[in-house]
Design a protein around this ligand. Structure first.
Ligand SMILES: [Zn+2]
Length: 272
């Protein structure tokens, strides 16, 4: 007889206190009845589906980890790019400062030469050179101010990106640790589940089990499904009445003519 308590306890890897069918299942069996071999197969299927879910979760961990690593690398790349931009801007600013310094030296030199000359045309020539130099210095100072503003902006962005990088690294590190821990838990759990599968598999008649295992290789998910309102719970297509009655009679194994899944009937199911 199908034992609900046992199935649930098996999922948590606990032994049922009762040797065969416990009181509650005996009680529930009065309400829910289904063919015993199919009930055992349903237990096995539930076990396999949970194992498959854990395997699926396990296979998603490398890509989840990859996303975290990518996020860290991308934030580092943003910070490195701004650092380089800041260095370039600093180098250009220092170059302008050097040019200003050079022009100021020229200005002092022209001024000294102007003071020494006694010729009027030379005096005027120095005056015009000094005027031109002052113009160059003024342009350079304007460029220097623009450059300094730009540099300040890049520095602010860089500081913000550095803070963000720190946050991203901390969050991703925590998530990677959590993913790795879950991976280890899943691996242990899967190992246990694979060992314990035999308990369920041995309960199912060999021919039925072999058929189920062949079907589950080709069809992912549920292979054994119930009937819901006269329709297959796998493909949700209405079944011929004769097929439903045949399933209800429990005399033979019934396959859905639309999706090829194995059908079962339980007394709480509606068939029309
Ligand atoms: Zn179907």
């Amino acid at each position: 007889m199908f034992c609900f308590t046992k199935s649930i306890l098996y999922l948590f890897d606990k032994q049922c206190f009762y040797k065969s069918v416990c009181f509650w299942c005996f009680f529930l069996a009065g309400y829910f009845h289904m063919r015993e071999d199919l009930a055992k197969l349903l237990d096995l299927q539930n076990w396999d589906l949970e194992t498959a879910r854990l395997e699926q979760e396990l296979s998603s961990f490398p890509s989840q980890r990859e996303v975290m690593v990518e996020e860290v690398l991308s934030s580092r790349k943003r910070a490195d790019s701004l650092k380089e931009k800041l260095a370039q801007s600093g180098s250009m600013r220092r170059d302008i400062e050097l040019q200003i310094n050079q022009q100021e030296q020229n200005l002092s030199k022209f001024s000294a030469q102007q003071m020494q000359t006694r010729k009027n045309d030379e005096y005027k020539a120095f005056e015009s050179q000094m005027e031109a130099t002052r113009g160059i210095i003024s342009d350079l100072e304007t460029r220097l101010l623009e450059m300094m503003e730009k540099e300040d902006l890049i520095r602010q962005q860089y500081e913000e990106v550095l803070k963000e990088k720190k946050r991203v690294e901390k969050r991703c590190k925590e998530q990677i640790i959590a993913i790795d821990a879950r991976k280890q838990e899943n691996l242990k759990l899967l190992e246990k589940r694979r060992e314990h599968r035999k308990r369920f598999a041995d309960q199912v008649p060999a021919a039925l089990r072999i058929k189920y295992e062949r079907m589950i290789k080709n069809k992912k998910g549920h292979v054994l499904v119930g009937i819901d309102g006269g329709a297959c719970r796998g493909c949700h297509i209405k079944l011929p009445q004769q097929l439903v009655l045949s399933c209800k009679s429990e005399e033979q194994e019934v396959i859905c003519i639309n999706c090829g899944r194995l059908l079962y009937y339980s007394s709480e199911m509606k068939i029309d």
